[in-house]
Design a protein around this ligand. Structure first.
Ligand code: AMP
Length: 189
């Protein structure tokens, strides 16, 4: 059973690389951003709550996000393993994930960090915004999201380092080359 946390700033390529890893390893993919966008599209109460945060580039509160993650996980598993994409984003979320998986007799196998400089992230996200239709892919919200990433999410790199689970990879250049680095890390687990 391989549970992988794919980690990095908005626009670092987590979604693209997750799709490739899902195909290769037969894993389930949980993107919390996708889960929230589906709730918004379906006009649910949860979607309405989430939209207020997403449109400002802010994080959904931990307690709510942790419940959503557990419900999503339990709907998909038992399974061969999961790629967690966009979760955790805070240290309390990482602690909750650790506990949730332990209660289900498993754990995070590896955390894969995609490292991309901010100026490149901004260029990528502005380009994505032209086709994604995502309300949060505009320059003002992109800058807020990057700030949130640096303040609230990037300390998780150290957290997973201390857990002995972190592998950092250069997240720019050829997509296939990046993927090969990630696969090497997974196969080493
Ligand atoms: P993403 O698609 O991963 O870039 O997520 C889009 C937005 O959804 C984020 O900017 C947050 O507002 C919200 N979101 C997604 N995942 C989380 C999470 N784990 N914790 C809090 N907010 C989240």
């Amino acid at each position: 059973m391989k549970n992988i946390v794919i980690f990095g700033a908005p626009g670092s390529g987590k979604g693209t690389q997750s799709d490739l890893l899902v195909k290769k390893y037969g894993l389930r993919h949980i993107s919390t951003g996708d889960v929230l966008r589906a709730e918004i599209k379906n006009g649910t109460q949860l979607g309405q709550t989430a939209k207020a945060y997403i449109d400002k580039g802010q994080l959904i509160p931990d307690a709510l996000m942790i419940d959503i993650l557990a419900a999503t996980y339990d709907a998909l598993c038992p399974c061969e393993g999961v790629i967690f994409d966009g979760f955790p984003r805070t240290i309390p979320q990482a602690e909750a994930l650790k506990q949730m998986l332990a209660e289900r007799g498993t754990e995070v196998s590896v955390m894969l960090e995609l490292q991309v400089p901010d100026d490149m992230l901004i260029t990528r996200l502005v380009e994505r915004g032209k086709v994604s239709g995502r309300a949060d892919d505009n320059e003002e919200t992109i800058k807020a999201r990057l700030q949130v990433y640096h303040n609230q999410t990037s300390p998780l790199a150290q957290w997973y380092e201390q857990e002995g689970k972190r592998v950092a990879v250069k997240g720019y250049g050829d997509i296939a080359d990046i993927n090969a680095e990630l696969c090497k890390a997974i196969d080493n687990v």
